[in-house]
Design a binder for this molecule. Structure first.
Ligand SMILES: [Zn+2]
Length: 281
């Protein structure tokens, strides 16, 4: 390998932010918080340990994911309840907001829709910030644990990875076969998971989640949503995943409906405005 003479000068160039996000649509948190204050609980679902649950949230409702019983991370998928082709796009959400999401940030949908699906309105782990290892909570940098990677690395056949849990939950909720459901499952918001990249090797790492029973992450549904949440077999992800070794606990999903009129003139966001001609006349 030949190192150019100006290597250090090139390395010293300061980075620029890829997507300055000041021009993103404003997030009306005060409106959401006001509506949430008078909201009543209308539904709940429980993701059992090493299983996933599905839930539905109408546009304008709220949903809360809570730790109960013990530290546990969850893998969250979201679809447009009326069109499963529109689903959460973790890569673009990462490009717009950074590696981990918190209050005031959004889960964006896939192309060609690219609009907010859900907005985080409260995060009891926001205090964690970024730790000395470069770790933080609720990432959009991981994928979801899956049986294929386990098979690749260890030759295993494990059936309760988040990928499989999400497939079963979606298949049951929508009356789909496993083969139909699998391509609809996508990369997740890693709820409560504490992750980062090592500075020296750039490898994805996890560490024990700081979540404790009573902690929660709460969202405003911007469109009609079908959600699926897997209680990861990694438990708090302090040691390993993709096995039955870790202590695992359930995760609770609760849905809240605001009082009529509480959202004023709020409207569900339209799909993205790009004309989709892609340069063809
Ligand atoms: Zn998992």
């Amino acid at each position: 390998m030949t190192r150019p003479k100006d290597a250090e000068a090139r390395r010293a160039i300061a980075p620029v932010i890829c997507y300055p996000n000041e021009t993103l649509p404003a997030v009306p948190l005060d409106l959401y918080w006001g509506a949430r204050a008078g909201a009543r609980k209308v539904d709940e679902a429980l993701a059992a340990p090493r299983e996933a649950c599905a839930f539905r949230v109408k546009a304008g409702q709220f949903f809360r994911i809570s730790s109960v019983e013990g530290p546990q991370v969850g893998d969250l998928n979201l679809w447009n309840a009326n069109d499963l082709n529109e689903r959460f796009y973790s890569g673009k959400s990462r490009a717009l907001h950074g590696t981990h999401l918190t209050t005031g940030e959004r889960m964006w949908s896939s192309f060609p829709y690219l609009r907010p699906m859900a907005t985080i309105i409260e995060d009891t782990l926001e205090w964690y910030g970024m730790d000395g290892f470069g770790g933080s909570v609720h990432d959009v940098i991981g994928t979801r644990c899956d049986p294929y990677t386990g098979n690749l690395l260890q030759g295993s056949q494990y059936h309760h990875c988040c990928h499989s849990n999400l497939i079963r939950a979606l298949a049951e909720a929508e009356g789909l076969s496993l083969k139909e459901a699998e391509p609809l499952v996508h990369d997740v918001l890693n709820v409560f998971m504490c992750t980062g990249f090592t500075r020296d090797t750039g490898q994805y790492f996890m560490k024990a989640s700081p979540v404790r029973p009573g902690d929660y992450l709460e969202f405003f549904a911007e469109i009609d949503l079908l959600g699926a949440l897997s209680a990861c077999p990694g438990g708090d992800c302090s040691s390993e995943h993709s096995s039955d070794t870790a202590a695992c606990y359930p995760l609770l999903v609760e849905v809240f409906e605001p009082e009529a009129g509480a959202l004023g003139a709020w409207q569900s966001p339209p799909v993205n405005g790009y004309d989709r001609s892609h340069g063809m006349a």
